[in-house]
Ligand binder design. Structure first.
Ligand code: SF4
Length: 133
């Protein structure tokens, strides 16, 4: 087993941790003693951060509902469906009927792009972030 120094991806605190890797599988996590933010601590999410990596429940493809069932599609098809849906709602009901939720798992730059897209392209200020939950 080897330990790989990394950063928890669950929220914006960015706690430092070691991922324990065995046979190319991440099998555990523990806090980094010297990390300046977390200083040898992790919350319960950080202790279990490794569990989603190899989970069979993890989404590996975008899904689109067809005939009442979610089916895997290409990213191009998923983006076309999402764009058509957002455009349709905006045209029929106005931009303030759309709300966008961003994520602490994204980088600052990705969150910036999403709020810019929401305000400048969708035309609404309805954007929030999971760190406020
Ligand atoms: S260990 Fe907890 S507080 Fe630290 S980054 Fe992960 S989720 Fe956030």
């Amino acid at each position: 087993m080897r330990d790989v120094l990394s950063v928890c991806t669950y929220c914006g605190c960015g706690c430092g941790l070691y991922l324990h890797v065995e046979n190319n599988q991440v099998v555990g996590a523990s806090p980094s003693r010297n990390h300046p933010v977390s200083r040898n601590n992790l919350c319960v999410k950080g202790w279990h951060v490794h569990e989603f990596i190899h989970s069979p429940d993890r989404l590996s493809d975008p899904l689109v509902r067809k005939d009442g069932r979610l089916v895997p599609v290409s990213w191009n098809e998923a983006l076309d469906v999402a764009a058509a849906g957002l455009k349709g709602v905006k045209e029929r009901y106005g931009p303030d009927r759309i709300g966008v939720l961003s994520s602490a798992k994204c980088s600052n730059e990705e969150n910036y792009i999403l709020q810019k897209f929401t305000r400048a392209v969708l035309g609404t200020n309805n954007i929030d972030h999971c760190a406020r939950l």
